[in-house]
Design a binder for this molecule. Structure first.
Ligand code: G3H
Ligand code: 13P
Ligand code: ZN
Length: 310
């Protein structure tokens, strides 16, 4: 089938109470691994592409690869711009084959965030493309010093209601205590689930969790065994993700776990086979490892067998 919008996938997930993975891809092998895992689990998927990924792989290559994946697959696939900040890139995505975009103006004051987001929503909706907005800040452990400071970065439910009403976004990414990367928490990992519950109660629309990698122990051990320097790595505990899904998260952004899986597999091949120099023998196992991790994620998110839900 052809590409579908993020909204088509997420409205069903919202109605039926599960989450769909938004997996970041940067090259052919990651894309193929993600799609293979999703086909095996018969799950819809959102392929997330950052501005950095576009710069790395090239806009036309990305669109062509993901369109081809959708045409060859029996599952719904959306092509989504992740953390769009550059207006030119956002507009190019809207006009050039993406079926969903995120405008991330979360670093701006509320009024400006609303203004910038609204412009993108109008443009994207005119093309039948869905839009994700972000409100609140995803600050990492090193970026805040006190609990009060951290609290202040989290999304205010009342502001979220106003943001959605005035911008018309199709789904919203609130900040509830997660952050990007492999070092999310020092000490106990904690999401503000009460805040999430209140945001969902007020909005009702699909909600997105960024910074949702769990840093699985097995993957971390593989990386550490073959020389990675990741000793303090810590992700969101799977149990907390499950609770967040039960409270209304429908899109789960996952990049770090794929990066860890991919590079862990590459490290293993190179360490165990010093004579190997065929890229297919190095990247093939990494692609398989991505598929394995994606399958585990789908089981956790609850989207197994949902490819044909309408
Ligand atoms: O949220 C950010 C994603 O993990 C993409 O990261 O900008 O390094 O491609 P990137
Ligand atoms: P992780 O770094 O936790 O994988 O989060 C990815 C993300 O939010 C992409 O938008
Ligand atoms: Zn993100």
């Amino acid at each position: 089938m052809g590409l579908v919008t993020g909204k088509e996938i997420l409205e069903v997930a919202n109605r039926d109470g599960y989450a769909v993975g938004a997996f970041n891809i940067n090259n052919l092998e990651i894309l193929q691994g993600v799609v293979a895992g999703c086909i095996e689990k018969n799950s819809p998927v959102i392929i997330a592409v950052s501005e950095g990924a576009i710069k790395y792989a090239g806009f036309d290559y990305i669109v062509a690869m993901v369109k081809t994946a959708a045409e060859l697959s029996p599952i719904p696939i959306a092509l989504h711009l992740d953390h769009g900040r550059d207006k030119e890139i956002i507009y190019r995505c809207i006009k050039g084959g993406f079926t969903s975009v995120m405008i991330d103006a979360s670093h701006l004051p509320l009024e400006e965030n609303i203004k910038e987001t609204k412009v993108v929503v109008e443009m994207a909706h005119a093309e039948g493309i869905s839009v994700e907005g972000e409100l609140g800040r995803l600050k990492g452990v090193e970026e805040t010093v006190s609990v009060a400071e951290r609290e202040a970065t989290l999304t205010d439910p009342q502001q979220a209601e106003r943001f959605v009403e005035e911008t018309g976004v199709d789904f919203l990414a609130p900040a509830i205590g997660t952050s990007h990367g492999a070092f999310k928490f020092k000490g106990e990992a904690k999401l503000d689930l009460e805040r999430l519950k209140e945001i969902k109660r007020r909005l009702g629309i699909p909600l997105v969790l960024h910074g949702a990698s769990t840093v699985p122990q097995r993957i971390l051990e593989l990386a550490l065994k073959y020389g990675a320097d990741l000793k303090e790595a810590k992700g969101v505990p799977s149990e907390q993700l499950k609770k967040a899904i039960a409270l209304g998260i429908n899109k789960i952004n996952t990049d770090t776990d794929l990066r860890l899986a991919f590079t862990g597999a590459v490290r293993k091949v190179l360490a165990e086979n010093p004579g190997v120099f065929d890229p297919r023998k190095i990247l093939g196992p990494a692609r398989d490892m991505i598929a394995e991790v994606v399958k585990e994620k789908i089981s956790l998110f609850g989207s197994s067998g949902k490819a044909r839900s309408r």
